[in-house]
Design a protein around this ligand. Structure first.
Ligand code: ATP
Length: 275
């Protein structure tokens, strides 16, 4: 339904990562006020995988997403996006790379209110300087079930419908990876399930790679795997997650984080003794 795309392979013929993070560190500020948001992340997101990123508040999920997407530069280590090393690239080059290789879905939809649904979905193609194939745009909008709404404005749609437009906008350029930041955070349970079904479908049918930050174990269970962060480090992984397994792990991790806070009053930049 989403149309097929050729599998991306390395010159050697093996599968390649849509995103690879090598020893990535990110420090905000300096001196006494420095916060180590990421403390040595080594991981990769394979083509065609759907990964949820979870962790307690302040564990570094947003920072991981921003560095993986080339929205922010690591303080150390490197990020390869669709095989391209982002290290040392200036803002203009990063913007071009993002337009070519990345799609975004946000909790708050972030559609442009004065543009129609069709124009919103077309925009990433125009920004990337690509030829706009109206049939293709219509097809992507049809796949998210909004073909009757092409000429409507976002304000005329429900939250769930707006998020479906955002999915169409994110996949229209056939990006190497879609980053979704709490995509169901503003939706009721049933609408959230519809949106997650669509994300899952784009992975199953077109091999879209998706990295999704979420606080919701049910949302995470739609992914192939869940990566857990604590204090800017990877604290484990679950393959083929169920909501129960994810919730259990989160309860355990949150207890680990809160225990030293209660005992020592450590701040978010403080070193904690649970490793
Ligand atoms: N721009 C910034 N300047 C200074 N510190 C920051 C900045 N952005 C994030 N931080 C800090 O880095 C750490 C990780 O933050 P991040 O937002 O990545 O965590 P998170 O897991 O996404 O949190 P939440 O679930 O609450 O959104 C936190 O201690 C946060 O306070």
């Amino acid at each position: 339904m989403f149309g097929r795309r050729p599998e991306r392979v390395e010159s050697g013929g093996g599968p390649r990562a849509a995103v690879r993070m090598e020893a990535v560190r990110k420090t905000y500020g300096n001196g006494d006020s420095a916060v180590e948001a990421l403390r040595g992340i080594d991981m990769q997101f394979d083509y065609g995988s759907f990964t949820a990123v979870m962790g307690p508040s302040g564990s570094g999920k947003s920072t991981l997403l921003q560095t993986a997407a080339g929205l922010d530069q690591p303080s150390a280590g490197r990020v390869l996006l669709d095989g391209v090393d982002l290290t040392g690239k200036n803002e203009v080059a990063l913007t071009e790379l993002r337009r070519e290789k990345v799609g975004f879905i946000f909790q708050s939809f972030n559609l442009l209110p004065a543009l129609t649904i069709e124009q919103n979905v077309t925009l990433p193609l125009k920004l990337a300087g690509r030829r706009v194939d109206r049939n293709r745009v219509a097809d992507v909008i049809r796949r998210v079930g909004l073909e009757q709404r092409l000429k409507h404005l976002p304000g005329e749609l429900s939250g769930g419908q707006q998020q479906r437009v955002a999915i169409a906008r994110a996949v229209v350029t056939e990006p190497a990876v879609v980053f979704a930041d709490e995509p169901t955070g503003a939706l009721d349970t049933r609408t959230a399930a519809e949106v997650l079904d669509l994300l899952r479908e784009s992975v199953m049918v077109t091999g879209q790679t998706i990295v999704m930050v979420t606080h919701d174990p049910v949302a995470a269970s739609y992914a192939d795997g869940v990566v857990f962060l604590i204090d800017g480090q990877i604290a484990g992984e679950i393959r083929n997650p169920t909501p129960e397994a994810v919730a259990d792990r989160m309860t355990h991790l949150t207890a680990l984080v809160e225990q030293p806070r209660r005992t020592y009053g450590a701040g978010q930049s403080g070193k904690r003794g649970y490793y």
